[in-house]
Design a protein around this ligand. Structure first.
Ligand code: DNO
Length: 353
């Protein structure tokens, strides 16, 4: 297991590379060029600039999260071909600096979705919260206005300047069925996986978060059966998944250790975090510790260990603790604690082997 840590870039993250370097066992950053509009090619010059910053701290840049997929590709519009060509160029440019894994998602319109970014936990910290009834009864545009721009930071896909295009996107998605989305994903994969293969980069789709349709938009990377179907679309080791325990774990029916064992050779990248589910379908994120949430993190790490997992792993969202001011879910402290918990389990299993 190679430990990595997400970093949003200079001026875009409250956490510094110097701090990341001091977390035990972290080898690299998980990064992206966040200022490049979705669909445009990432230039080699910009990529190398970022690499230089990471090099200064001896951190690798093996994992990119995310090269986002343009909506025209997900919608299957005729304009998709140009965006797919751009995506291929970005893959080739990333290969030139030695990138090994590209994480992306295929969620229409929104990336991860929550209703409150600062819900109070009983210990006085705050965490990301999803209130099911609110999402079911609320106009998504209203929610964007409420949630966006909290504390100067936003969730990806929820940027306030996106409000204008959202209305139009909802109209376009009216025509797209779940099967259409599968078909558009297959079309995309058939184009890009051969390029990924030639460039020795593993593509790793992120599950939908939460793993069910929201706001009438289809979502497909949600369960064991759908991941199985996804992996068959293009049956190549370069067509893999980012197994995110927190996203899939919001649905109690998802057996995550089972998925790890079944799909081990197709998981180049793991997101490991806990989540506490409530009976009414709400959920809140907690510390990584097993007893704090509904997900058995110990069993998850054990499944990776048993599978001799040698891919990349990162702690995922953490609580906001010790008065830290940070991007929602992406503070230093709780994620660093999460890493130590994951190492604690891993190292013990390793010793007992
Ligand atoms: C949330 C992240 C997601 C993830 C994308 C991958 O914190 O896990 O935003 O990066 O879905 O494309």
């Amino acid at each position: 297991m190679k430990m990595v840590f997400r970093w949003f870039g200079n001026g875009n993250d409250s956490v510094s590379l110097k701090q990341i370097k001091q977390i035990p066992g972290v080898e690299g950053i998980v990064w992206a060029l966040h200022d490049i509009p979705v669909g445009e090619v990432w230039s080699l010059k910009d990529i190398k600039l970022l690499k230089g910053q990471a090099d200064d701290y001896g951190l690798n840049i093996d994992v990119v999260e995310s090269v986002n997929v343009h909506e025209d590709i997900k919608l299957g519009l005729p304009t998709r071909d140009q965006y797919i060509e751009n995506y291929k160029s970005t893959i080739k440019n990333l290969a030139q600096v030695g990138v090994k894994v590209i994480c992306y998602n295929f969620m229409p319109v929104f990336d991860w979705t929550r209703t409150n970014l600062y819900q109070l936990l009983e210990d006085g910290s705050t965490a990301l919260f999803y209130e099911k009834a609110k999402v079911e009864n609320m106009d998504p545009l209203e929610l964007v206005e409420k949630v966006a721009n909290n504390n100067g930071y936003t969730m990806p896909g929820w940027e306030p300047e996106r409000l204008k295009e959202l209305k139009q996107l909802f109209t376009l998605y009216n025509e797209v069925t779940t099967e259409d989305l599968w078909e558009n994903l297959r079309y995309f994969l058939e184009e890009i996986i051969p390029v990924a293969e030639e460039n020795n980069i593993k593509m790793a789709i992120h599950p939908d978060d939460p793993p069910w349709p929201i706001f009438g938009l289809p979502r497909i990377i949600t369960s064991r059966d759908n991941i199985y179907r996804f992996l068959q679309l293009v049956d190549s080791p370069f067509n893999g998944i980012t197994l995110c325990s927190g996203s899939l774990g919001a649905n109690a029916a998802n057996d995550i250790p089972g998925m790890i064992r079944e799909f081990a050779d197709r998981i180049p990248f793991a997101h490991i975090r806990n989540v506490r589910r409530f009976e009414n379908g709400d959920f809140i994120e907690t510390s990584h510790r097993t007893t704090d949430g509904s997900i058995n993190i110990y069993e998850i790490v054990r499944a990776y260990h048993e599978s001799e997992f040698d891919g990349y792993a990162r702690p995922d969202h953490g609580r906001h603790i010790w008065d830290e001011s940070c991007r929602p879910g992406y503070g230093l402290y709780d994620r660093a604690l999460g890493i130590m918990y994951l190492w604690g389990i891993w190292d013990t299993l390793q010793r007992e082997k």
